[in-house]
Design a protein around this ligand. Structure first.
Ligand SMILES: Cc1cc2nc3c(=O)[nH]c(=O)nc-3n(C[C@H](O)[C@H](O)[C@H](O)COP(=O)(O)O)c2cc1C
Length: 358
């Protein structure tokens, strides 16, 4: 049978995308969220999508830090900032999703325009500035809800001059962490948003240590990952790995957006792919399987995801690939991963993690 994701692939490429890419990127993002939220309320639509896109295979299922992931493909932080579309995401094939980044206070983000497409680089320039409804409102929305796949919560500090000082910044992170103590399966501490007041203050190991100390004092017993900046030096990376051992951090998301000197915002997609690949390999060389590496940056195909996994990633995440290739991409990647594993003579995804790095 001609799989339905192939039909959606060509419809997106030749009809939907040329139309959508003529509209303002943030308007399209908002429309996608409204559509996803509406469709997520329909049992019929969700069942239909599951049949079409919910491709499952034992070879992709893994239990990581006690959480079972049906497949390794997640939605990265920043697309579903306010946790609006968690009902529809698993039905189009996602194995998990990360909401946020959620901050201690609500924030309208930076002035518009703040999202641009760069089609020749298959990238986006992102300058949202941590727009979100805030920890209180988002956690209230999710309280008592059951999810059909693992949900991570990315926390950051409110984009405001009031959180620039280290102490206030940490207090803001802790407010967000506390609000999600009993909600979601894991927490990601986003240390690396390039688009907020005070910059990436917590990429600095000395400040990061204060943040991790305060976080551990909350005694939140959930798998916790650090989202890393794309341009860390080897020395910074070594220090961060050391801190991750001291403060029992389970792993790293590699990476956030790529910064460019003198430019607003950061770049996603193909522009950050090789920085992400290199960091995955670097960390894997240092820590092997003692920490979980989540690969993020420029995944547009099954081959891209497979490459990151072979470099050392246990899970991967994406946003930009889905915007350029269409919502069926997740299902296509899952199918391709199964095919690539078989083609190379493997029976399970865990067998290939890091084999290109060691
Ligand atoms: C529109 C948009 C908003 C983003 N917002 C966040 C955010 O709030 N928090 C975060 O940790 N990363 C954010 N990111 C970065 C992504 O999570 C990811 O690290 C980066 O885009 C690379 O992945 P990709 O190439 O698959 O998009 C955002 C990215 C995009 C495209």
């Amino acid at each position: 049978m001609f799989p339905i994701d192939q039909i959606v692939h060509y419809t997106y490429k030749y009809i939907a995308k040329p139309f959508l890419f003529r509209r303002d990127p943030e308007d399209v993002h908002d429309t996608a969220l409204t559509l996803g939220k509406t469709l997520g309320k329909s049992v019929l639509v969700k069942s239909f999508f599951r049949v079409c896109f919910g491709h499952q295979d034992d070879s992709l299922r893994q239990t990581v830090c006690g959480i079972t992931f049906q497949n390794p493909i997640g939605l990265a932080a920043g697309f579903d900032k306010n946790a609006d579309i968690l009902d529809i995401l698993p039905t189009i094939g996602f194995g998990y999703a990360e909401v946020g980044s959620v901050t201690g206070g609500a924030c309208v983000g930076n002035a518009k325009p703040r999202l641009w497409r760069i089609p020749e680089e298959k990238s986006l320039r992102v300058y949202y500035g941590l727009k979100n409804d805030g920890a209180e409102a988002i956690s209230a929305r999710l309280k008592g809800k059951t999810f059909t796949f693992p949900v991570g919560v990315s926390i950051a500090k409110t984009n405001s001059p009031a959180t620039v000082e280290t102490e206030q910044g940490i207090a803001d992170y802790m407010k967000a962490a506390e609000a999600f103590r009993d909600i979601g399966d894991y927490i990601t501490i986003n240390t690396s948003c390039p688009n907020a007041f005070g910059g990436e203050a917590f990429s600095d190991p000395a400040r990061l240590e204060l943040l991790l100390k305060a976080y551990r004092e909350l005694k939140i017993h959930k798998p916790t990952f650090l989202k890393l900046a794309a341009d860390l030096t080897h020395e910074q990376l070594d220090q961060i790995i050391e801190l991750s051992n001291t403060y029992n951090i389970d792993g790293f998301i590699c990476t956030n957006l790529k910064k460019e000197a003198g430019e607003k915002g950061g770049l996603s997609g193909k522009s950050v792919a090789s920085l992400s690949d290199d960091m995955i390999a670097n960390i894997y060389k240092k820590v092997g399987k003692k920490k979980v590496i989540i690969g993020c940056g420029g995944i547009f195909s099954g081959e891209d995801a497979y490459r990151k996994i072979r470099k050392g990633a246990t899970l991967v995440q994406l946003i930009t690939g889905m915007i350029y290739e269409g919502p069926q991409l997740i299902s296509e990647i899952n199918r391709d991963l199964v095919r690539l594993l078989k083609q190379d003579g493997y029976t399970h995804i865990s067998e290939v993690i890091g084999i290109n790095t060691l």
